[in-house]
Each structure stands twice: as structure tokens, then as C-alpha cells.
Ligand binder design. Structure first.
Ligand code: SAM
Length: 254
């Protein structure tokens, strides 16, 4: 008898932001394999008898190898168990969910993807920053700041022109991200916000412009996880210094 692996999005932080379906599956799990950003309250939602396996990765710390994670998922499913692979946000947004699905398919293990609320949209929303707005932004891009010093193939000139740019994993490399955008023609006066621990009780928001945000974030001593938003929509944040001007024309990040 083969079990099944559920790739479940845990949501952006607040444990109540998992989906109803995700929670239902978690409550009947035999095994939970979870990432670093999963809230501890969600682990408590699993049956007390469930095996809990930490498979987190820290950018600068020890990592559980991806092969090891896949081996574990396949092994437990082949024993006939219901396995929940619980990932922060949505499993397919910088979560390596795509790779895990490929591996499960190759192994012939039944699986199901249960989408999650991604931090890319929910974290700005929790700071009252809409990533789109009829007056300010008719589109947005989401990128990772993580390997931006290593050449990601991203078109930074195009990103610098996006009305709203959301950067995940960009806290430690914020000066590099900002330099890339400014070198690509972005306007240093465009509003920017860094939101740390979004949706959680200790959420912090640091406001500035593209030209000032790196210094302000450093002064504030923000800790990960944090999400950067660049664009005029940032003016709509409750803590924005500038008053919102919803009648102004849409403007890009340049
Ligand atoms: C490896 S990515 C995973 C993203 C996840 N799969 C998602 O859809 O939200 C982790 C990054 O998401 C962002 N992030 C996740 N949770 C966050 C939170 N509560 N507050 C701010 N940013 C968060 C940070 O940029 C963090 O470095």
C-alpha cells in the first residue's frame, strides 16, 4: 500500500493564514516534514502521534540536503503513510516545491499540491501595501535577492521599470539589490519599504526610498524573514511618511 505526499503551503507567518484544506490534511498527517518559517502552532495541529521532521534551510547555517528530504518523503509514502510536506507561504514560490513534485513523479509516489498564501503578496498586504492599485501599479514582479551577486539572468533594467517590485530573501543583500536597481536606472526617490516578520505580532515596517532604505534597515536592525517592496504603492502603507495621492498617475520604479 502506498501513502501520499501533500505539499502544503503554510502561509506567510500567522498560523491562521494556512488554507482550510491545508489544515485538514495536517490534522490527519502521519508525518510532517517542515521548513524553518513554519509557525510552531501549525506543528501542534498535527496529531501528537505524527512524526515531525525538520527540513529547514538557513542561508548561512546548516542545511538538510534536498536529496535527503526527497528520500524521506518517498520512504514514508512507500510505507503507506500520509506525509505532509509543510512549506512557508506557497510551496511553488521560491520553495523548491517544483523540484519535489518532479522527484515524487519520478518515484511514482502519489502526491497533491495544496497552495498557500505567499509572503510575496500577503506580507505587503499585512503592512497595508497593495501590490497593485488602479492609480499606481498595473503589475508587479517578484524576485529573489538571494543570488543577485552571482548573476541570476534577471533583467534588472526591466525590473527597475516595474510599477511594483517585491524582493524576497533580500535582507542581507539589500545594498546589492539597491545598487543593481539604481545602476539599472531606477529613481532613488521611489518609495520603498522593508517588512520583517509580516503577519506576526512583532511585524516591523521600515519605510524610506530606494536611496535610503538600506541605511534605514541597517539602523533599525531588522532580522529575517523580511520582504522588500519598491514602488509608489508603498505610499499607501499606514506608516508611510508621505500622504497617499490616489489621483496621481501610475509611475514605475524609475
Ligand atoms: C525561501 S522564501 C520562501 C517564500 C515562500 N514560499 C512564500 O511563498 O512566501 C523566504 C522569503 O520569503 C519572505 N518571507 C517569508 N515569510 C515572511 C514574513 N513573515 N515576513 C516577511 N517576509 C517573509 C522573506 O523574504 C524570506 O526570505
Amino acid at each position: 500500500m502506498t501513502g501520499k505526499v501533500f505539499l502544503v503551503g503554510a502561509g506567510p507567518g500567522d498560523p491562521e493564514l494556512i488554507t482550510v484544506r491545508g489544515l485538514r490534511v495536517l490534522r490527519s498527517a502521519d508525518v510532517v516534514v517542515y521548513d524553518r518559517l513554519v509557525h510552531p502552532a501549525l506543528l501542534e495541529a498535527a496529531p501528537s502521534s505524527a512524526e515531525r521532521v525538520f527540513a529547514g534551510k538557513h542561508p548561512d547555517g546548516p542545511r538538510v540536503a534536498q536529496d535527503e528530504i526527497v528520500r524521506l518523503l518517498v520512504d514514508r509514502a512507500r510505507r503507506g503513510l500520509q506525509v505532509v510536506r509543510l512549506k512557508g507561504g506557497d510551496p511553488f514560490v521560491f520553495g523548491r516545491g517544483g523540484e519535489e513534485v518532479e522527484a515524487l513523479r519520478a518515484a511514482g509516489v502519489p502526491y497533491e499540491v495544496i497552495p498557500g498564501v505567499t509572503a510575496a503578496v500577503a506580507v505587503p498586504a499585512a503592512a497595508e501595501i497593495p501590490v497593485t492599485h488602479r492609480a499606481y501599479a498595473s503589475g508587479f514582479s517578484v524576485v529573489t535577492g538571494h543570488p543577485c551577486d552571482g548573476g541570476t539572468g534577471l533583467d534588472w533594467s526591466a525590473l527597475a521599470r516595474m510599477p511594483t517590485l517585491v524582493v524576497l530573501m533580500g535582507l542581507r543583500r539589500l545594498p546589492l539589490v539597491v545598487a543593481r536597481l539604481l545602476d539599472s536606472g531606477a529613481d532613488p526617490s521611489v518609495p520603498a519599504a522593508m517588512i520583517a516578520r509580516g503577519t506576526l505580532p512583532d511585524q516591523r515596517v521600515v519605510m524610506g526610498t530606494l536611496g535610503t532604505i538600506a541605511r534605514r534597515v541597517e539602523e533599525a536592525g531588522l532580522q529575517p524573514p523580511a520582504t522588500l517592496v519598491v514602488g509608489r504603492v508603498v505610499e499607501l502603507c499606514r506608516s508611510a511618511v508621505a500622504a497617499p495621492n490616489p489621483t496621481g498617475p501610475e509611475r514605475g520604479a524609475v
